[in-house]
Design a protein around this ligand. Structure first.
Ligand code: NAD
Length: 504
């Protein structure tokens, strides 16, 4: 049921066990307005702290996250049904973001002297200042509850903005715990807060924010953009994907199959950048498919015990599980073949078996639409041209991988339509925050990470300062013939090149 203010609270369930693990109150539109107003009032003092002052508080947050990483992982594991190995990767990512933007923010958004492009512009001192949007609203999904909320809050805070986050109603506990620690254990300024709820709460956040960062499905992303358009509020949208992986003849097939297994099944395939469609050149198809299927069959799915570790966790949302099940069943009914998996796992909890599908066709939903589950499809292609054509035949363009001899694989990578392409590698771009990460086509608008990941939270302000203080300027009033002739001569001299400067 969609949580609304009338629902009062959200009950959070462990998808791996079916047990209730916590609850949070729902924030009404009025609560959201009040939360935004409160932190809006605190933002100027935060901005005035400067880079050094803000970095100090974020470094304290980093230390808290690292010191409490087990506690945070326990909460993430309980609310999402992830395996432990995957619940523990979020805090190191956040620490890396804090270190990256802590050391680079000033370079990216510090005041810059700007070189004049012409003699006319050189008569003034030109500078560029970046000022933060006072309140940044972040709306996030459930698959990486901290990376996709707090991870985006870090550059916004370093830019001097105050941040209100609306976590997914499915996994709000970890983020609420951290924001509580920011305020009560770390004692940091009240410039980062959380509001809880579903669409109603998120919509109110859009209405009151100065910039909206949204991560989620393309369907919701379009609604966010439409709502933000009503107040001309800028947005960045990090949306879904249908990531292709291309395997060329001459690839290291062991590495390619291991990468495809991990990239397809990581977080139970509930990742915007998980591998979904694999295209393999004819000469290496059979060996690759054998290796991949053997790998996937060996994966342990379940709940980690005291000593035993599992590879693949639960499906966090029942509605996604049902969607994945329907995509696979429909594909099989239309002629696809299941090499392993292909059905729900047994309860308690919500499970879908790691699945490899072949004999698929482009019009099947499992090939065309995002599959938020542990399912990969493998297609035999005649050559690299067919692989590139099929990889690009998608409304999405988030991430991709190409495996093959380096030179050829890099050439192919440059022709793939995606925000990031990993060559002989798997989603490594996520671990390189100096590179932008964003989607092409319906995978999004804007980027996180790199310079853009912090500049997007700022407005540019051009500061122009006169070098001389004459009583008047040739361009100003009064207009008369002699001034007009002088201005014409000057502008021609500046605009023209060669002897043309002196004619006319
Ligand atoms: P979702 O779109 O259903 O929900 C995302 C967020 O939007 C939630 O917080 C939800 O409460 C909120 N929301 C719901 N209705 C809204 C509305 N009308 N207006 C504003 N906000 C609203 O997505 P999800 O199921 O939580 O997450 C899965 C999707 O997220 C997948 O499509 C996945 O590919 C995508 N995703 C993208 C990235 C990326 O970086 N590109 C990363 C992770 C997930």
């Amino acid at each position: 049921m969609e949580p609304t203010a009338a629902t009062e609270s959200i009950s959070v369930m462990n998808p791996a066990t079916g047990e209730q693990v916590g609850s949070v109150p729902v924030d009404s539109a009025g609560d959201v307005a009040a939360a935004v107003a409160r932190i809006r009032g605190n933002q100027p003092a935060w901005e005035a702290l400067g880079f050094k002052g803000r970095r100090k508080w974020l470094n304290e947050l980093r230390d808290w996250l690292l010191d409490n990483s087990d506690r945070v992982a326990d909460t993430l594991k309980a609310e999402s049904g992830k395996v432990r190995a995957e619940a523990t990767i979020e805090t190191p990512y956040l620490a890396d973001q804090i270190n990256f933007y802590g050391s680079k923010a000033e370079k990216f958004i510090g005041e810059q002297k700007v070189r004049p492009n012409s003699m006319l512009a050189a008569t003034r001192k030109l500078r560029l200042q970046y000022r933060p949007y006072p309140v940044v609203g972040l709306i996030s999904p459930w698959n990486f509850p901290l990376v996709l909320s707090l991870g985006d809050a870090i550059p916004a805070l370093m830019a001097g903005a105050a941040v209100v986050m609306k976590p997914s109603e499915i996994t709000p506990l970890g983020l609420n715990e951290i924001v509580d620690a920011w305020r009560n254990e770390i004692g940091a300024p009240d410039v980062m807060t959380v509001v809880n709820g579903g669409a109603e709460t998120a919509t109110a956040l859009i209405d009151h924010s100065d910039f909206v960062g949204f991560t989620g499905s393309d369907v919701t992303g379009k609604k966010v953009m439409a709502r933000a358009a009503e107040t001309l509020t800028p947005v960045s949208l990090e949306l879904g994907g249908k990531d292709p992986l291309i395997v060329l003849e001459g690839a290291n097939l062991e590495r390619a199959a291991n990468a495809a297994t991990w990239g397809g099944m990581l977080n139970s395939g509930q990742m915007c950048i998980s591998v979904e469609r694999i295209y393999v050149e004819d000469a290496v198809y059979d060996e690759f498919v054998d290796r991949l299927t053997t790998n996937v069959e060996k994966l342990e799915q379940g709940v980690d015990g005291e000593t035993a570790t599992c590879d693949v966790g639960a499906m966090t949302m029942m509605s996604q599980l049902e969607k994945v099940e329907k995509q696979v069943d429909d594909a099989v009914a239309a002629g696809a073949k299941v090499l392993t998996g292909g059905k729900r796992g047994e309860g308690p909890g919500q499970w879908y078996e790691p699945t490899v599908l072949v004999n698929v066709t482009p019009e099947m939903s499992v090939v065309e639409d995002e599959t938020f589950g542990p399912v990969v499809t493998v297609t035999r292609v005649a050559d690299q041209e067919e692989a590139i054509r099929l990889a690009n035949d998608s409304r999405y363009g988030l991430c991709a991988s190409v495996f093959g001899p380096r030179g050829r694989a890099e050439k192919v990578a440059r022709r793939v339509e995606a925000g990031a392409v990993n060559v002989n590698d798997m989603i490594f771009n996520m671990l390189a925050p100096s590179l932008p990460m964003g989607g092409w086509k319906e995978s999004g608008i804007g980027y996180r990470n790199g310079e853009y990941g912090i500049r997007k939270y700022c407005r540019s302000e051009a500061i122009v300062s006169a070098r001389t203080l004459l009583g008047s300027e040739p361009l100003w009033y009064p207009y008369n013939k002699s001034r007009h002739a002088l201005v014409n001569k000057m502008t021609r001299f500046i605009g023209a090149r060669g002897l043309r400067r002196f004619r006319g």
